[in-house]
Design a protein. Sequence first.
Length: 340
Amino acid sequence: MFFLVMSANNCLMTLATSLFATLGFGVLILNNGLFIFSTFFGASLVDWIDVKPTLVLCSFFHLGLFVFAIFAVIEDIGWLILLGGVLIGIASGPIWLGQGVYLARLTADKPTSVGKHNSIFWSVFAMGGIFGNAIGAFVFFESGDGVSSPNLVLKLFWVLLAISISGFISFILLKPPPKSQDEHTLSIGHRSLLIASAFTTKALLLWLPSRLLYGAWAAFVSATLPTLMEVRYVAWAFVMFYALQLPASYFVGKGVERKSSHFLVWVYLVILTLSILLVPLGVQLHPLKSPQNVTFTDYNITKAAPQHYYAFDFREFFTSMPYLLLLSAGLFGAGDMWIN
């Protein structure tokens, strides 16, 4: 279920700033900003309507992202994609909290298998990221010079909508584990007080700097890094991101069971440092070609948009690939798994 919904979502979010320019940054800001807000009511929503209805409702909201994206291209009204960002942001908190409750119920009577179940889930999630971004990479194979046309973008969005609909249907068919007797229902106010009190604990204050560093670099990788390369390589960068999450998820599962959290944080900091250092090197070795990526908003798809046909040059494609930038994204993907 998460494989389908998140693979489609990850692909569009990966390409947001490359295809929508400034509006793409707006989508990411709305998504993450509303994610913070939605976590406060998300747990109460799960308590109120339970796990399955929460997952079904939130996956339905995810469909709205692709519907608005398609209309933004067809009607040449770019700001419609911002409405999709709003829907995704509202749904993000409850769907991830619902995922956490679902896994907790699966392991309620098998506490020693928590690491194993989390490793399996994040491995499947990473494969979904590879799958979704591989679709984006395949679609943009058709743009031989790295320029994205409206027809290519629209074709990709229709495919992603179909995948998201499949995920929505799979959540409807889901049979979740029964509710544990140890679960307690708390009001939104009580939960908010517990969250606020957590910020005064020594453990969180020691953890906070690494989380702030993570957040800053996550924003750079998801929003700015794609603008440093041609659009035909952006999806490849995030294929690498999720590909390195697969082995990381295995080692994290082992680390949770055998090592302390301090060890995991130090490994994460080393990985993150390497990811950061690779970016300036990658920009120097693989400068963005001129002209830069042409987004679909430079055309009006309802008019006669220029079409380009190329004999695909595999040698040129792979010799021009910004390998260090792709590796930077991949290392951050591995670090993302370690820290989360």
